[in-house]
Design a protein around this ligand. Structure first.
Ligand SMILES: NC(=O)c1ccc[n+]([C@@H]2O[C@H](COP(=O)([O-])OP(=O)(O)OC[C@H]3O[C@@H](n4cnc5c(N)ncnc54)[C@H](OP(=O)(O)O)[C@@H]3O)[C@@H](O)[C@H]2O)c1
Length: 327
């Protein structure tokens, strides 16, 4: 008798072939990828919708087109974070084995809005923290790595006063918790609806920006971390101690120029720029989560089939923490 083994070489993925509104994302069948010698094949269980996915979907700003395709996107599957299980490995892979539960960031290759993704074993990947779900693990690398990158640059010390603006967002909820874990006294700035959330993740104080302007209350800080481009740099700089550091993680060109000028002409320092992804940062976050010092915050979870609805929700700009996608 002849034995036939059926191998499913197709996978489900949210694909986009034109720039535009959330509806350009359509769930289709694609070829399942095969790992190269130095790669692992991850069966993705969860991913997330982040601001980077929105920018690429809409080609906003226009400069996105110079890198990702002038008239249409060159990368057709978005999604930069994931949690899942290693399904197979290339011949040279040493760090991971089949069956490992892993999470991480795909960096500029995207492709996590899919059932499978191949990544080099030395990419930003670590074993999933045992105490969180796949959805919780998947939302960690975006806000977590961004906040960690800037907090390390600012060299936050125990006892320092840190103000986090946008404390209810993906980067903000991570920044509050990371600054606390470095021993800082943290004040979060958010709207009325998010006060309870920001307190629950450990902020020592909360300022409701709909009722109070932090630039007018006489308080000064060692570090002001604006995660959502919500502050006026020239007005907020007076709320910084004389050797203080301002972090503008969502800065545009004008804030970058303004920041460089302040750094050159005063004792205050303004940090901007684009983050890089390192395996060490993912491992650092995993260990913090396992020590219960960092809690992933998820507002909503959608199935992959509702990816367009998830994008439309995130686009409103009011999400609390993160929006996860179950694949
Ligand atoms: N530098 C880098 O390499 C890098 C890396 C990653 C991301 N980023 C940037 O980070 C930004 C996205 O951050 P994110 O994902 O954390 O954003 P997000 O999660 O989309 O932020 C939404 C949150 O911000 C709050 N918010 C809106 N207006 C506010 C205000 N005026 N004051 C205080 N809070 C306000 C919203 O709540 P309410 O509306 O209820 O207040 C909501 O909870 C993007 O601009 C992205 O480009 C930069």
């Amino acid at each position: 008798m002849k034995l036939t083994i059926k191998i499913n070489s197709k996978m489900k993925a949210a694909v986009y072939t034109v720039y535009g509104a959330p509806e350009v994302l359509q769930v289709k069948e694609l070829e399942k990828p095969m790992p190269k010698n130095n790669e692992i094949l991850v069966r993705i269980k969860a991913t997330a919708v982040n601001s980077g996915d929105l920018r690429l979907r809409k080609a906003d700003p226009f400069a996105v087109r110079f890198i990702f395709g002038l008239t249409k996107p060159r990368i057709n599957v978005l999604g930069s974070v994931f949690s899942g299980e290693v399904e197979s490995i290339g011949d040279d892979v040493k760090k991971f084995k089949v069956g490992d539960l892993v999470f991480g960031h795909t960096d500029m290759s995207f492709g996590a809005y899919a059932e499978y993704k191949c990544l080099p074993e030395d990419a930003s990947i670590a074993l999933k923290p045992a105490n969180v779900s796949h959805s919780e693990a998947a939302v960690i690398p975006f806000g977590g790595v961004t906040a960690l990158h800037f907090i390390k640059k600012a060299m936050i010390q125990p006892g320092q006063k840190v103000l986090v603006v946008g404390a209810s967002g993906a980067v903000g909820t991570a920044a509050v918790q990371l600054a606390k874990s470095f021993g800082a006294d943290v004040t979060g700035v958010c709207s009325t609806a998010n006060i309870a959330l920001v307190k629950s993740i450990g902020a020592n104080k909360v300022i409701d920006y709909t009722k109070e302007d932090f630039t007018q209350n006489g308080e000064t800080y060692d570090v002001i971390f604006d995660t959502v481009k919500a502050i006026s740099v020239s007005r907020s700089i007076n709320s910084l101690h004389k050797n203080g550091v301002m972090i503008l993680s969502a800065a545009g060109m004008s804030e970058m120029i303004q920041g460089s000028w302040i750094s050159m002409t005063s004792n205050k320092k303004v940090i901007t720029g684009v983050i890089s992804h390192k395996e060490a940062d993912i491992i650092f976050l995993k260990e913090l989560i396992e020590k219960d010092k960092f809690k992933p915050v998820i507002e909503r979870t959608y199935p992959l089939e509702q990816i367009a609805e998830a994008h439309a929700h995130v686009e409103k700009g009011h999400k609390k923490g993160n929006v996860a996608i179950e694949v």
